[in-house]
Write a protein that binds this ligand. Sequence first.
Ligand SMILES: Nc1nc2c(ncn2[C@@H]2O[C@H](COP(=O)(O)OP(=O)(O)OP(=O)(O)O)[C@@H](O)[C@H]2O)c(=O)[nH]1
Ligand SMILES: [Mg+2]
Length: 163
Amino acid sequence: MTLCLGPTGAGKTLLLKKLQNIENVDTTATSVPTVGTNMFAIKIDTEVHQIRELGGIMSPLWSRYFEGIQKIMYVVDASNLCQISAAGVLFYTIIANPMLANAKFLLVLTKMDVSYRQMRNEALLMLQMRRFEKEIQQKITITEASAISGEGREEILNWIKKK
Ligand SMILES: Nc1nc2c(ncn2[C@@H]2O[C@H](COP(=O)(O)OP(=O)(O)OP(=O)(O)O)[C@@H](O)[C@H]2O)c(=O)[nH]1
Ligand SMILES: [Mg+2]
């Protein structure tokens, strides 16, 4: 089981829908914040992978779901200047949790289709990634994505299926 975390409105639900089904995602429908959790079954090749989204609103409770987790996808909205630094702090509190000492992390910079988004390097600077990477032992893979254009989809699917 993989967990998908990130602040509220970061774009987790829409991205996971896009990973599930490239064609039929209605990106114009208004979305509802996830209260609680959402399960997504994502078929890659012949295998079905289970991903559990935890809504941003329940971030104080995220750690209750960490036991036995080997993989965490952390989604950050690269177009939300107000949220991005806070998203970095939240990410750091997750990585520092001893239950995830051996987990693999995928940092997804999403909404890369938005014209006023932060560029990759600026986003990583605001997330203080260079500093974090020195202090933590886990491997962090970084990817850019968009649930609208489908950018990053293959990269994320490859990360999910990797043992
Ligand atoms: N332009 C653009 N908008 C996006 C993208 N992904 C999500 N959105 C929009 O961002 C808003 C929030 O998306 P959600 O997927 O519901 O966010 P979430 O991370 O699931 O939020 P919570 O469930 O509250 O934790 C919605 O209005 C989406 O349509 C993207 O890649 N590009
Ligand atoms: Mg959601």
